[in-house]
Design a protein. Structure first.
Length: 255
């Protein structure tokens, strides 16, 4: 059985928590609006650039995931099967990879099986690889521009803020208040901080994305080259020699 006094105390406690949480949220909004007002139009432009950069980065991450960038296991398996003479299994493995590496190997294998000259096969692979890499690099220019302009815009806002601070200081005349100068300086430096906060993550993510694309280009070129050449490493030569010795040993045992 509940006591009315206890219910009333719990209700008052919840009400107190709600009232305490509401001012906190309002304080955060007021602080954000205060920063926007202090930074002026430059901060608004920088925030818009950060939103655009975030949208482009999320789009590129989704594209890289859908294209299976960085997954070369299926392509390497297809190359190994083709080297062993299992053409159908190699094509099936390349198709299962669902990646640019697998597709470029599948095109090369189909060309070899149809007797297409090596020069034409390589030309087609270069065309396809270039198209894939160009699509993956789409949007990088936007990130490069944002990474370059954000610090400059922040510095521009700082210069404007310093000009305004010294103008107010001059207008004060003999009644100089140090708070006028200090307040103007921190407001001016705010735009530089926002510009750097926008540029630094964009530069880091852009370099990571470019490294992934470069890795994909190297992997495609590497596997295609292996398709047309022989592995002359010591382990490969020993394995090849062992395959040649086995039929001889079997024939000697039969005799």
């Amino acid at each position: 059985m509940e006591v009315p006094g206890e219910v009333s105390e719990e209700t008052d406690t919840l009400t107190t928590h709600d009232e305490a949480a509401t001012p906190t949220a309002e304080t955060g909004m007021d602080a954000a609006l205060g920063l926007l007002q202090a930074g002026g139009p430059v901060v608004v432009i920088l925030l818009a650039m950060s939103v655009l950069a975030t949208a482009v980065i999320l789009l590129k991450l989704w594209q890289f995931r859908r294209t299976h960038v960085g997954r070369s296991r299926g392509g390497r398996q297809a190359l190994h099967l083709y080297k062993e003479g299992n053409t159908r299994e190699a094509l099936a493995a390349a198709k299962r990879a669902r990646s640019p590496v697998g597709e470029v190997l599948a095109r090369a294998i189909r060309g070899l099986e149809r007797g297409v000259p090596e020069a034409k096969i390589r030309e087609e692979l270069l065309r396809y690889g270039g198209e894939v890499l160009e699509n993956l690099r789409g949007g990088f220019r936007i990130l490069e521009v944002i990474a370059s302009l954000a610090p400059l815009l922040g510095l521009f806002g700082t210069v404007l803020g310093m000009i305004e601070a010294f103008r107010q200081l001059e207008a004060a005349g003999n009644q100089v208040n140090p708070a006028i100068l200090s307040g103007g300086i921190w407001q001016a430096l705010l735009t530089t901080a926002v510009g750097l906060a926008v540029a630094i993550p964009v530069v880091a993510v852009l370099n990571w994305l470019e490294r992934r694309v470069d890795g994909l280009a190297h992997e495609m070129d590497n596997l295609v080259t292996q398709l047309f050449t022989e592995d002359l490493s010591e382990d490969a030569l020993k394995e090849k020699g062992a395959h040649h010795e086995r039929p001889g040993l079997a024939a000697a045992a039969a005799e």
